[in-house]
Design a protein around this ligand. Structure first.
Ligand code: DMJ
Length: 644
């Protein structure tokens, strides 16, 4: 269209001008210039018009589609005499094409477009008048606003209100007798030292290096800095009445605990320490923030269950949701004590949120295990989440197996003893364990060994010592007339584990001890002689104390507390020791978060009255976080049809 209009400007027509033109070359040239100028003006006016028409005229094709769409929806109803919902309003607004092809709405649409253009132009002009500094400031403010919005999206929707279970026994637990009170005060002082040191040197880090006086973390938390010690310690602080410290921890959680981190964490550890810790803090204090954070974190763990079998991966990346298993685990397996230690927390999550997903995930695991063959009735520690087959046939009530059995029993207790399936599974498993793994040493010590490919290894781990408490806790409700038997078994394990402490120089227990070749409850290998502030032996003392009130359990607990204070206490907190048989121990320089969550809590409870957190109303998760019994006798959990 433009090309023909430009042709006259070329030199080809100039020779055809009037004869006089040659005698007035300059004038002729002037005339030609004015001519060009006028043509140029006309041309630009024409182009402007075209552009104007292009931008300002409404897109009739869109209108056609819109009309068609509405008619498609409405006309069948009109013709059939049935008016669709809202149809009258649509017709009244006149969204039909008039015969002249123009509607009032089209006109008003055009006006609106014009007005919008005008406003945008004005805004742009105003912006350009501003200084560079003011513009930069505006951009920053806008960026901050968007970031804030995005953050808000991460906060879970407000959760449905649920009836709070009746909380019994959240009190001071004053033991009465002054000498017991004095011991309890000492434990509280130890907690203060551990907490204050972490507060000063490791705040916000997962754990503390009490000698180097700086933060510490292990691979179970990936490269995150999620304040594991704060979350793990909260309920202990609360129970001990350390309310300023509790508030301090709460504030940190409110302001800093963020799970949108690119970190690959252990699903099990994060569940028992973080979710368990947050839920317990929520129930004890009633502060909503803990519940909200627990749910936020739980949502981040759910992708770990996306495996062919629904058996979760051991680790999950909190940001990407990608899961995998530990490289050292038999043939890419998941670990029994890891995928089998989710039930308590996940049932509470469903209870608190009304979201059946958590309950369904753990019930699916239970159903799947129930269908599998078990060698000698025993559960191997390894299960491949891709194939659903057992890995190496290695069974343990210590590391890799322990809390799986614990959670079967506690699922039953937590359900107000209604989850009969859990109780039966526990009873069957314990029966097989007694038959194949529990023996008496030549010196008369009852121990729990490990089953490895058809033979019994006569070695017991510090971790296994928790089982004394478990047997005592499960005694009431055991099949037949075996309550006395299991209480006795608990007492025997407590005694054996006490021996493992008593036979060392430091009066602290080794990581593993043997019952072989004349050895009784002592460690042999150098790398089994360490004590890393673990709770299991003290945990068993506490359960045994609650069920028997035999004073020896308080006595043994006090011996352990004194040994910890004497040999593990350093300027910057408490440290593990590398050799409990050496009078001159070296430190491992780690203050484990479970020392505050479990070891000190069980000691404190040991020197408190039974009215503090009674076992009829509270069930402690495997990290010693108390969760209330859910008395749902006539109710069913949302989604109680287990599915993935
Ligand atoms: C804790 O994290 C838990 O008790 C877990 O079940 C096993 N071991 C550590 C403490 O030893």
């Amino acid at each position: 269209m433009t090309t023909p209009a430009l042709l006259p400007l070329s030199g080809r027509r100039i020779p055809t001008l009037s004869p006089g033109a040659s005698s007035f070359p300059h004038h002729r040239a002037t005339l030609r210039l004015s001519e060009k100028f006028i043509l140029l003006l006309i041309l630009s006016a024409f182009i402007t018009l075209c552009f104007g028409a292009f931008f300002f005229l409404p897109d009739s094709s869109k209108h056609k589609r819109f009309d068609l769409g509405l008619e498609d929806v409405l006309i069948p109803h009109i013709e059939s005499g049935k008016e669709g919902p809202g149809q009258r309003a649509v017709l009244a607004r006149g969204w039909r094409t008039r015969p002249d092809g123009d509607t009032e709405e089209e006109e008003s649409l055009r006006d609106k477009i014009r007005a919008d253009h005008e406003r945008a132009l004005q805004e742009a002009k105003q912006k350009l008048r501003k200084s560079k500094k003011a513009l930069l400031h505006e951009i920053q403010t806008e960026k901050a606003r968007v970031a804030q919005e995005l953050k808000k999206k991460d906060v879970p929707r407000s959760l449905p209100p649920v009836p709070m279970p009746k909380l019994v026994g959240v009190n001071d637990g004053d033991p009465g007798e002054p000498d017991v009170k004095e011991k309890r005060d000492k434990i509280r002082e130890m907690m203060k030292h551990a907490w204050d040191s972490y507060r000063q040197y490791g705040w916000g880090h997962n754990e503390l290096k009490p000698i180097a006086k700086k933060g510490h973390s292990t691979n179970i938390f990936g490269n995150s800095q999620m304040g594991a010690t704060i979350v793990d310690a909260l309920d202990t602080l609360y129970i001990m009445g350390l309310h300023d410290e509790f508030k301090d921890g709460q504030e940190w959680i409110e302001q800093n605990l963020d799970f949108s981190v690119n970190a690959e964490v252990s699903v099990f550890e994060v569940n028992i320490r973080f979710i368990g810790g947050l839920l317990a803090a929520y129930y004890l204090s009633g502060q909503e923030v803990f519940k909200a954070k627990a749910v936020q974190l739980a949502e981040k763990l759910l992708p770990a269950f996306n495996t062919p079998t629904g058996i979760p991966w051991a680790m999950v990346n909190l940001k990407s949701g990608v899961g995998r298993n530990w490289g050292w685990a038999s043939a890419g397996s998941s670990i029994l004590a890891e995928f089998g230690t989710l039930h308590m927390e996940f049932v509470h999550l469903t209870y608190l949120t009304g979201n059946p997903a958590y309950y369904q995930k753990v019930m699916h695991i239970r159903k799947l295990l129930a269908k599998m063959d078990r060698p000698n009735g025993l559960y191997p520690n390894y299960l491949n989440p891709r194939t659903g087959r057992w890995g190496q046939h290695h069974t343990s009530v210590g590391g890799l197996g322990d809390s799986f059995y614990e959670y079967l029993l506690k699922a039953w207790l937590m359900s107000d003893r209604t989850d009969a399936e859990a109780r039966k599974t526990y009873d069957d498993a314990i029966e097989a364990i007694e038959r194949h793994l529990i023996r008496k040493s030549n010196g008369g010590l009852t121990f729990i060994g490990e089953w490895k490919n058809g033979h019994l290894e006569r070695k017991m781990g510090h971790l296994t010592c928790f089982a004394g408490g478990m047997f005592a806790l499960g005694a009431d409700g055991s099949p037949g007339d075996k309550a006395g038997h299991y209480l006795q078994l608990g007492a025997e394990i407590a005694h054996t584990c006490h021996e493992s402490y008593d036979r060392t120089v430091l009066k602290l227990g080794p990581e593993a001890f043997k019952f072989d070749s004349g050895l009784e409850a002592v460690a042999v290998r150098q790398n089994e002689k360490y004590y890393i502030l673990r709770p299991e032996v003290i945990e068993t003392y506490w359960y045994m104390w609650r069920f028997t009130h035999d004073p020896k359990y308080r006595q043994w607990g006090w011996e352990a507390a004194q040994a910890i204070d004497k040999y593990c206490r350093v300027g910057g907190g408490f440290s593990g020791v590398k050799d409990v048989y050496s009078s001159n121990p070296t430190y491992d320089d780690v203050q484990q978060s479970f020392f505050l969550a479990e070891t000190l809590k069980y000691l404190y409870l040991l020197f408190s009255s039974d009215e503090l957190l009674p076992l009829e109303s509270w069930v402690f998760n495997t990290e010693a976080h108390p969760l209330p019994v859910l008395r749902l006798a006539n109710a069913t959990m949302p989604g109680s049809q287990a599915k993935r």
